[in-house]
Design a protein around this ligand. Structure first.
Ligand SMILES: C[S@@+](CC[C@H](N)C(=O)[O-])C[C@H]1O[C@@H](n2cnc3c(N)ncnc32)[C@H](O)[C@@H]1O
Length: 336
């Protein structure tokens, strides 16, 4: 995960924590809320007036995902890659999944920080991973190929997709699979093969057999990706995730929480909507409260299993300062 300040990008404190240090309740979120809402210098974060020049609605003809494409071209060294080792502790179902060749879709995979621990932790899982940037998909593939993960060629399947705009490709789940009839497993083949296209191009996978799709996935991982798309696109993006999950499948969510310290680094003019900010490179960041997450996921048809703030005091080893970080952890299920 990346922490982005104006002109500066570095690994977030969360990523610098080792597995052994992982914990999630250093402070109470309500105490933090009381502190920040009574702090005069943060007032502009709570008052929002719609301004024509700074709306999260795309003001140009450029797709919203273009800023992320440019971001990945600028940061092509891959040095911000850091494996999310805490992931399997937060989401142990990824390891305990009893399905043969359990299928995981990582949405907005970046350089593969989330993909790699899944491939390592579950040696039969197949990870489909999309992003709106071909550059980052190619880098993720290099990183996975260079790792010692078993059968990575067969088990890591990157593909290009601007998912809130185009939806997921039909080879992942055809129209029939996406409807209520998914619970009746019809004739769709249960596996996809790689064709000769380069990683990261659209339709990178074709079906080996004449079936219509792979039949949906057991898990969708949305890890620091929902905050990266415009708030207005979130409902349709989550519905799309819902539609490609198998009945009983899980959506695993982790993202920035309201009043995370990085929110207070934004200037008033960078605010493009309530709790939504645009960095000077055009990429977006949204800070979620639990009610917003609940409304979005339950509104899309999910059942809430887990939803909470993860509150961590992170000490900057360079200057000794303690920072209060907030993330939202969520687990949602599609009805069986
Ligand atoms: C903050 S990064 C998170 C990366 C990764 N999930 C992880 O765990 O580190 C957000 C990712 O979402 C991708 N993204 C942003 N908008 C997207 C879109 N419309 N469609 C697909 N991916 C998108 C970005 O390119 C970026 O790689």
């Amino acid at each position: 995960m990346w922490k982005m300040r104006e002109g500066k990008v570095s690994k977030s404190e969360e990523e610098e924590k080792g597995e052994a240090e992982y914990h999630s309740k250093d402070f109470d979120w309500e105490d933090l809320r009381a502190d920040v809402e009574n702090h005069p210098s943060f007032v502009h974060h709570f008052q929002f007036h719609i301004q024509s020049s700074s709306s999260s609605c795309s003001s140009s003809s450029q797709p919203d995902s273009d800023a992320w494409k440019r971001f990945h071209i600028r940061h092509s060294s891959g040095k911000f890659f850091k494996e999310r080792r805490y992931l399997l502790k937060e989401f142990p179902e990824l390891v305990s999944c009893k399905e043969e060749n359990c299928k995981v879709l990582e949405v907005g995979c970046g350089n593969g920080s989330t993909v790699l621990p899944i491939l390592r932790g579950n040696e039969t899982a197949v990870v489909y991973a999309c992003d709106c940037s071909s550059e980052t998909l190619a880098r993720a593939k290099e990183i996975v190929d260079a790792s010692n993960v078993i059968a990575s060629e067969q088990r890591f399947r990157p593909f290009y997709c601007d998912f809130p705009v185009t939806g997921f490709p039909s080879w992942l789940a055809c129209n029939r699979c996406r409807g209520p009839s998914l619970r009746v497993q019809h004739t769709c083949v249960s596996d996809a093969g790689v064709n000769d296209n380069k990683a990261g191009s659209e339709d990178s996978y074709s079906l080996k057999e004449s079936g219509c799709c792979i039949g949906g996935v057991d898990f969708v991982a949305l890890i620091f990706t929902l905050s990266a798309i415009p708030h207005r696109q979130m409902p349709v993006a989550i519905k799309e995730c819902f539609s490609v999950l198998k009945p009983g499948g899980l959506l695993l969510f982790r993202d920035y929480g309201l009043y995370d310290m990085t929110m207070f680094r934004f200037d008033p003019e960078q605010r493009v909507g309530p709790r939504e900010y645009m960095r000077s490179d055009g990429t977006l960041s949204y800070f979620f409260c639990l009610d917003t997450v609940r409304d979005l996921f339950v509104g899309a048809g999910f059942i809430e299993l887990e939803l909470d703030y993860c509150c961590i005091n992170s000490v900057n080893h360079r200057n000794g300062k303690s920072m209060r970080r907030v993330w939202v952890h969520g687990k949602f299920q599609k009805h069986v």
